[in-house]
Design a protein around this ligand. Structure first.
Ligand SMILES: C[S@@+](CC[C@H](N)C(=O)[O-])C[C@H]1O[C@@H](n2cnc3c(N)ncnc32)[C@H](O)[C@@H]1O
Length: 317
């Protein structure tokens, strides 16, 4: 770890971390010729465990830590949660330490560490990605993270993704933060949402009569809203929720002169949704199979062309 006065006072350290990265070309120029986009500051062990709990890591998971330091996140995921995975770090010394730490923890068969730039790392195998980077690095990664398989879980120590609001945000106190000085850690958690914007169509019979539905959905990260066209009318959908590839929404529409509540739940796979709809009204109550097809693709989730154009404001603690 870079030994500076940053190590002491917790309220200053976040800014020191940023400042150190900002001058990395000078103060942190490494002997191996690369240039770290983030200085080495380890996540305290209790915070590592909390991050993995929040992500609900299990033996079925494959965890990738981007900028893996001494390997503690991936090693803990294997040792305490039974997961497999790998870490990447630009600094070869960190990789040597990680390999040795994995051996000592008895998890060398489950984890690997590579000296590699995180921006050139294939993330497709991950079910969970962990990060302790910097705000601008998170933003630079964000478009790639949004393209990952829906349902991939992301956990970031201390830094958010700006307008991509976390699904969960927890603040924890750790006496081990900043080399024992103690301090607060922010843990941000996201689930990569399926991309559902566009127009979706389906038909099904209600009370023996066929009906055609057309729903148009707008999407901003995991937040969705929309409207349905049915029988020549347009109605806003209610309670729209997207969590990974799981979608739900409801609306009440007139069918044959009587209001009928429709509650949809389904799984999105590319341009199809498969699930069920519960319909309930004065004359009908039924659970019906629901198969929707996207007929028009909407704009993809917002992707920032130039992350460095973003004004970055760090909130002092
Ligand atoms: C703040 S430390 C976090 C270490 C570890 N993930 C943890 O939470 O304990 C950031 C790490 O990222 C590494 N790093 C910085 N830029 C990188 C890059 N472009 N590719 C890979 N690793 C990088 C640094 O060498 C450092 O070890």
């Amino acid at each position: 770890m870079q030994s500076t006065s940053c190590d002491r006072v917790s309220s200053v350290v976040r800014r020191c971390l940023t400042a150190a990265a900002a001058v990395s070309g000078l103060a942190l120029a490494p002997a191996w010729g690369g240039e770290p986009s983030v200085p080495y500051v380890p996540t305290p062990q209790d915070v590592v465990e909390r991050m993995l709990q929040i992500a609900k890591v299990t033996p079925r998971d494959y965890v990738i830590d981007l900028g893996s330091g001494d390997g503690r996140i991936v090693i803990t995921a294997a040792r305490k949660f039974g997961a497999r995975g790998f870490g990447v770090d630009l600094n070869p010394q960190r990789i040597t330490e990680s390999v040795e730490n994995a051996r000592k923890a008895g998890v060398s068969d489950k984890v690997a560490f590579y000296q590699r730039d995180l921006f050139e790392t294939d993330l497709s195998e991950a079910t969970v990605i962990t990060m302790y980077l910097l705000p601008r690095v998170n933003l630079e990664l964000r478009p790639r993270l949004l393209q990952l398989k829906p349902g991939t879980r992301l956990v970031s120590h201390d830094f958010s993704m700006e307008e991509w609001k976390p699904d969960t945000h927890v603040t924890v106190e750790s006496k081990d933060k900043y080399g024992g000085a103690g301090g607060r850690s922010e843990i941000y958690f996201w689930i990569v949402p399926a991309q559902v914007s566009g127009t979706w169509q389906w038909q099904f019979p209600v009370a023996g009569k066929p009906h055609s539905y057309e729903v148009t959905l707008e999407q901003r990260f995991q937040e969705i809203s929309g409207s349905v066209r049915l029988g020549g009318r347009t109605i806003r959908v209610q309670g729209a929720r997207l969590r990974g590839d799981e979608i739900r929404f409801n609306f009440t529409a007139e069918l044959d002169g009587a209001p009928v509540k429709h509650e949809f739940t389904g799984k999105v796979e590319a341009d199809t949704i498969a699930g069920t709809v519960a319909v309930s009204g004065a004359r009908v109550t039924a659970q019906i199979e629901w198969n929707a097809r996207r007929t028009v693709r909407g704009a993809a989730a917002p992707v920032r062309a130039d992350p460095y154009a973003v004004r970055f404001v760090e909130t002092p603690k």
